[in-house]
Ligand binder design. Structure first.
Ligand SMILES: NC(=O)c1ccc[n+]([C@@H]2O[C@H](COP(=O)([O-])OP(=O)(O)OC[C@H]3O[C@@H](n4cnc5c(N)ncnc54)[C@H](O)[C@@H]3O)[C@@H](O)[C@H]2O)c1
Ligand SMILES: O=C(O)C[C@H](O)C(=O)O
Length: 326
């Protein structure tokens, strides 16, 4: 057995946190030979509910769960953690865009970034799930000057998985047979789900579906899937969001398969004409615990316009939180 690693989950008594903690404790994120110590953060009024989560975690008798820390103190929550999943934040309701949460949630991520900077393990890997995820991640990253900005990421993996699911349904194959899906940009309705490089059973996806369906049905459905779930469930996605967060961290820590990639929002380094400084969704391969942007993909005029539109929105969000950027 390996030595345990420490995994922080914020908002751990919330809907996503509740769906996530048990799967991480079961080994779904870091593998069946990696014990974990969970660090669960909640706001003070939610501590009794969090205690219930701890009781249930213990009652599962998970072989890989080596300890649980439950707290409302940032310095305890992030002490020596190797992975941090920043989930705790308000979800949107019907009729809201995710960026409407910027003011309410933005203030959470500066102090958390600083606490991660001051207390986490130096190799900490951070994933922001709380919306608006990309810009919240930027806020956290800017408040952690002692860490490499690349240690901070945001989640577009749920969008990636949604895109796989839509394309699988349309082409009548299982999503296991789809490779090279990409989500560019923001986890918002401007995101660009791009099938131009995707293959289905080895065939170009774009040759199997008509352009009209791709542009007028597939793209908006992936962009609007979060809202559709809020409408149907009366609450925002939780189990699928937790699952995507686990996928994101597993890919980052354990690697992506040869011949495929995943979508991760990471600090732009200028690749694909996206000026540095925002957390932008890119196609990434992961190896040895590090991610790299897949370079050299062709970008046609349609893609260019979509990639720039979502970049513009991220820049607007960044301008709106300039005062929180440390
Ligand atoms: N990026 C994505 O793909 C994606 C997908 C689904 C949901 N989300 C977002 O994730 C967030 C959480 O969603 P949820 O359904 O779990 O919400 P929820 O309301 O069920 O749970 C949020 C939890 O966070 C806690 N919390 C609030 N402020 C906190 C703070 N400062 N520190 C620690 N904990 C805090 C709350 O007490 C609550 O228990 C929302 O912002 C939602 O929009 C993102
Ligand atoms: O859409 C939301 O507000 C929740 C989440 O970001 C989602 O995509 O399901």
């Amino acid at each position: 057995m390996k030595n345990p690693v420490r995994v922080a989950i914020t908002g751990a008594a919330g809907n996503i946190g509740y769906a996530m903690a048990f799967r991480i404790a079961a080994g779904d994120m870091l593998g069946p030979d990696q014990p974990v110590i969970l660090h669960l953060l909640e706001i003070t009024p939610a501590l009794p509910a969090l205690q219930g989560v701890v009781m249930e975690l213990n009652d599962c008798a998970f072989p890989l769960l080596a300890g649980v820390v439950a707290t409302d103190d940032l310095s305890v929550a992030f002490k020596d953690v190797n992975f941090a999943l920043l989930v705790g934040a308000r979800p949107r309701g019907p009729g809201m865009e995710r960026k409407d949460l910027l003011t309410a949630n933005g203030a959470i991520f500066g102090p958390q970034g600083k606490a991660i900077n001051d207390h986490a393990a130096r190799d900490v890997r951070v994933l922001v799930v709380g919306n608006p995820a990309n810009t919240n991640s930027l806020i956290a990253q800017c408040n952690a000057p002692d860490l490499d900005p690349r240690q901070f990421t945001a989640m577009v993996r749920l969008d990636h998985n949604r895109a796989l699911s839509q394309l699988a349904e349309k082409t009548g194959v299982h999503y296991n047979h789809i490779r090279k899906m990409t989500i560019w940009g923001n986890h918002s309705s401007t995101q660009y789900p791009d099938i131009s490089q995707a293959t289905v059973d080895g065939k170009p996806a774009a040759s199997l579906v008509d352009t009209e369906w791709y542009r007028s049905t597939f793209i908006p459905e992936v962009q609007q899937r979060g809202a559709a779930i809020i409408k149907a469930r009366g609450a925002s996605s939780a189990a699928s969001a937790a699952s995507a967060a686990i996928d994101h961290m597993r890919s980052w820590a354990l690697g992506t398969p040869d011949g495929d990639w995943v979508s991760m929002a990471i600090p732009s380094d200028g690749s694909y004409g996206i000026a540095p400084g925002v957390m932008y969704g890119y196609p990434c391969v992961c190896k040895g615990g590090k991610y790299e942007i897949v370079q050299g993909l062709p970008v046609d005029e349609f893609s260019r316009q979509k990639m720039d539109a979502t970049d513009a929105e991220l820049r607007e969000e960044r301008a709106a939180v300039e005062h929180l950027l440390g």
